[in-house]
Ligand binder design. Sequence first.
Ligand code: ADP
Ligand code: MG
Length: 906
Amino acid sequence: MLNPAAAPVDWTLDALLHDGTVVRLRPISPDDADRLEAFHTTLSGDTTRLRFFAPHPHLSAREIERFTNVDHHDREAVVALLDDAFIGIARYDREPGTSGAEVAFVVADAWQGTGVGSLLLEHLAARGRTEGLEHFVADTLPENRRMMQVFRDSGLSPVSSFEQGVVHLEMSLDLSGAVVERIESREHAAESRSIGRLLRPSSIAVIGAGGRPGTVGHEIVRSLVDGGFTGAVHPVNPKANPVAGQPAYPSISDIPGDVDLAIVAIPSVAVPDIVAECAAKGVHGLVVVSGGFAEVGAEGADRQRALVTAARRHGMRVIGPNCVGVINTDPAVSMYASFGAGRPPRGGVALASQSGAVGISVLEAAARSGLGMSAFVSLGNKADVSGNDLLQYWEDDDGTDVVLLYLESFGNPAKFARLARRIGRRKPILAVKSGRTAAGRRAATSHTAAMAADDVVVDALLHHCGVVRADTIDQLLDSALVLAHQPLPAGARVAIIGNSGGPGIMAADACAAAGLELATLGATTQQRLREQMGSATSASVVNPVDLLGDADPDRYTAAITTVMSDPDVDGAVVIHAPTLVADPAAIAAAIAAAPSSAKPVVAVLVGRDRSLLGPSVPVFGSVEPAVAALGNAAEYAAWRARPAAPEPDRDDVRPAVARHVVHDALERGAPDGWLDPVEIEKLLAAYGIPFAATELVADVDAARRAAEGLGYPVVLKASGETIVHKSEIGGVALGLRSADELAHAWHAMTERVGESMTGGLVQAMARPGVETIAGIFRDPTFGPLVLFGLGGTAAELLRDRTVRIAPVADVDAAEAVRSLRGTPLLTGFRGSEPVDLAALEDLVVRLGLLARDVPEVAELDLNPVVASPAGIIAVDARVRVTRPATGAPSDATRQMPPPRPTPAPP
Ligand code: ADP
Ligand code: MG
């Protein structure tokens, strides 16, 4: 049982209702007496009767005192606020001495049916779990359908019974998959809607749009008007000077009718003042283009947080600040609310960019190359709305087929990973590599952490999530052009068709670099090509196919048709290098007109700019970008074709035992959180992770007795709290065959290592094998991860490793252990027998489960795990534990990230 005094009472968070309105949640406090009383008096007679089973128009002073003073352990209440007033309360009261509690909630009449109840219940359930509750009970009147619906929708599977006119509900607080699924789907709907309201407004106010052309507000109004915005545009400036023919108003409150979206282009210091005014006008969200926030330093960062806090308090969301605006090309909306971004053609590609300049340059390049856009959101300082919110929206947006992201940081990486993996199954997500992550700057304390601290991690993780990663804006556009306009390849076998040898050979080389294979053309295909070539007998009918310099449009058409119908071809690169004999325009027309098939085609017209040929064939000026883009499409297609991995599961893992070990170590005050050898052994055993039999001994006699028990040969290792890399200080003696050898090694070792050696580890010898490393660490960017690589003392030198997000599904583990440069060492190399790969896969899965189940394990490092054909065994382990931050209910609840930038921890 947790100590009630340690219960977190000081948390507040923001969350979204069904319709996308932001509300604030927090525990009730004694200061809330007035709020509670005011809230209660607004409730209708029906509502109070359903809550108290009798009319109850007023709360007594005793009731107010009791309801606002809770111990956050046996009694808890969570409140929802909008405009600083209560709109709902949910509470539980523990049934004394049990792990059950009675739960009740009440929602303001005007907000019933908006999701306040389920949001409160979700957070109350999470609090209850933290306080050791296992079930809730509730009594409700049969006509209180709404309340019963909330319980049913929660996924908590209430069981009901009926007695004396009252429905009695009982539900387990177990965090089942059904509960998590409900929460995620409600979160998705609310986040998607909150963005939809910003991107599909019917009326926009542009605050700070003056009469002077060239100013930001003015240009945004002009852009909206010129772009044919389908709703109303209202410029706002103090003198009410009309802008671009639109009547203006001195303030937003002077605008007749509703305003959905406010675009804010006034100096940053004045921005906080207009938030309340916008709220009073019923605005759903703000796009703040003004600069002068977090990008200018600490004072600006404070201003930025204050802006978002104020906006959310009134239920609004914020895009930016310091952004260049938003675009929605849907003809039903036609909103070009940006400055400097031009007007991209309509199409299926959506872009979110943290950098305004990058956003604008992508849009310009898209316009030049004919890449059609569905939407553009400039995230600016990303104080509130993030890439994750936009993913939620674009997932359902019928007009969007491909999502492009330029992100410098991930606000909530674990959520990004979850969303990307889900959305990627329907629509490709392309991301530009955004420099190094925070991981690279972290001080590394174990092999696992050190090896995970670079860019390879980001690569592996994005790959794991199915995100296509581009290194440059050009690569992003190249891949977008192919993914938006061509079918996905069913495999990696590519045919190359060209009119000269050189580019064909270069394309073949590029294929290898892009993970593509040269298709082997079938005999029928070759025969047909030969016939089509006629007199051009020096042509090549094997891949790369060479149609020769005098190839005319007909020869191209025939060859493309023939090659694409070969069942062993998954896609084609068609190259034309200009010659004196052929008219390039005619060749281009022939390529564009080649019969479309279910296989992708990309064209290389040497020297041309990136563009589209006809309605759908992407064109590149050289072979490398064309092949790389096709390679990305193939990689994405392969990821998507994989069956959705089921949640990993192992019957024999014992989370309770593992947690026990970890909690004891934390109680003990383990130095810097490092577990001792005995604790490590217990922890690993609880998760079925094979570890060489080891005994911790204090002196040479104990060492001898331990060795006898284990059987010679044994290993002796120095043990001590300050010892890290044992072999570096002569603290490892291998293959000791007798008591004498052991005693000799003990004396020599104590001599060498000195005082830091407070004991010894006597360990069974492992069978010879390949040394690998496996571990767990928590990346500030991506959350809990499992690392696997080639290990031993050269691990950090080789840096041959991969990472996966925990928990790791079986298929992902299988792929991970086979994805190293050194994989042949494991799968059999020059006659060596393959090691037990299944056991390595199992290890990766088990580590993922441990990382998921025991958040206190901050870092776990098994190096080496010796892998041989007969099995695997870890012989060295280090584990560091930390107390996870307590605070708001965090497991399985919907909550928005706090306004960014979050203040640096003290
Ligand atoms: P450290 O990493 O602190 O230097 P290890 O316990 O990992 O110490 O031992 C160093 C090396 O000794 C291992 O990489 C491995 O090659 C070898 N070794 C350690 N323990 C055993 C064992 N039980 N059986 C076989 N080899 C071992
Ligand atoms: Mg080691």
